[in-house]
Design a protein around this ligand. Structure first.
Ligand SMILES: [Zn+2]
Length: 138
């Protein structure tokens, strides 16, 4: 299908133009769905079409951010590695929130916050242990 705004060819199922970001979905869906909808149940085809397009649509950055944030939950107690994974996951998730679909990106952002809390808890626990050990030693 072609973007009605800038004419760039986009893969079938794309809701937004890869070139100009125009949310071309509405116009394209209507054009594609009209013949089928007129032949069969009006409206039903369009709804299915929209759902299919939502499933086809991919948000690579948001997915990567979510996966990294998920890994970050388990690596948050690892010095340096946990911080790197958290930083990457948080950055990718926040960038991914501005793309569609943003479900995983939002989940990644929330997970990143949890990671940050875990990181801070680990850091404070480590310093507490350090202070405790120091006072035991001294
Ligand atoms: Zn376009």
């Amino acid at each position: 299908m072609f973007c009605p705004k800038c004419g760039t060819e986009n893969p079938d199922g794309a809701q937004f133009c890869a070139s100009c970001g125009n949310s071309a979905g509405a116009a394209i869906i209507e054009r594609d769905a009209v013949p089928a909808a007129a032949a069969a149940a009006p409206g039903t085809t369009q709804v299915v079409n929209v759902q299919m397009q939502g499933m086809v649509q991919k948000n690579g950055l948001g997915t990567a951010g979510f996966v990294l944030a998920l890994i970050g939950v388990f690596t948050s107690w690892v010095p340096v590695l946990g911080w790197v994974v958290w930083l990457l996951g948080a950055v990718l998730s926040v960038i991914g929130v501005f793309r569609v679909p943003r479900g995983l990106a939002i989940a990644g952002t929330v997970l990143s916050f949890i990671d940050l809390i875990l990181l801070l808890a680990v850091v404070s626990a480590c310093s507490a242990v350090g202070v405790g050990a120091a006072s035991l030693m001294g």
